[in-house]
Design a protein around this ligand. Structure first.
Ligand code: ZN
Length: 167
């Protein structure tokens, strides 16, 4: 299970709309395993396939010792209530910015066995799911920052709370 290179904001693959995953085969399973390894190696809480250069609608996440795999995910419900929180991205290391997002998100898609799952996520997990699904549409968190919000450099020694992709 090799750790893959994470593409940065400058890579065009992060700006394109990813295509739906067709058959879930052994190559898909390998891709999922690599994504989980890559996310863990980078100390992230989420990773979308375009972030490793694969323009397919697939993301992984890991929070509170639970791993999530979503293939062809769709947001089926977002709460009216929103929350502003600082967010970061494995494709933009060293920076954070405040992003307003709905506090609850219900996401439906296939798991790695091809079974449809629906998960109602709250708080950080909801933010992570929305952030990863944005990646599948070529949207980056900086696009969602308020016009007057600024990207802030993160100090290495700063005890970081998990946000967006990043732990
Ligand atoms: Zn990201």
């Amino acid at each position: 299970m090799p750790v893959r290179r994470i593409y940065s904001f400058a890579d065009p693959v992060l700006r394109q709309k990813a295509r739906p995953v067709g058959r879930i085969d052994t190559a898909t399973q390998r891709l999922i395993d690599d994504m989980i390894e890559t996310m863990r190696a980078a100390e992230g809480i989420g990773l979308a396939a375009p972030q490793i250069g694969v323009p397919e609608r697939l993301f992984v996440a890991e929070l509170d010792e639970r791993v999530y795999v979503f293939i062809n995910p769709q947001i089926v419900r977002l709460s009216a209530e929103t929350e502003v929180a600082e967010e970061g991205c494995l494709s933009l290391p060293g920076y954070r910015g405040a992003v307003e997002r709905p506090t609850t998100a219900t996401v439906r898609g296939k798991n790695r066995r091809g079974k449809i799952q629906t998960i109602e996520a709250e708080g950080l997990l909801a933010r992570c799911f929305q952030h990863e699904i944005d990646h599948l549409d070529g949207v980056l968190f900086t696009d969602r920052m308020a016009p007057d919000a600024v990207l802030k450099p993160v100090e290495q020694e700063e005890p970081a709370s998990p946000i967006g992709d990043r732990r």
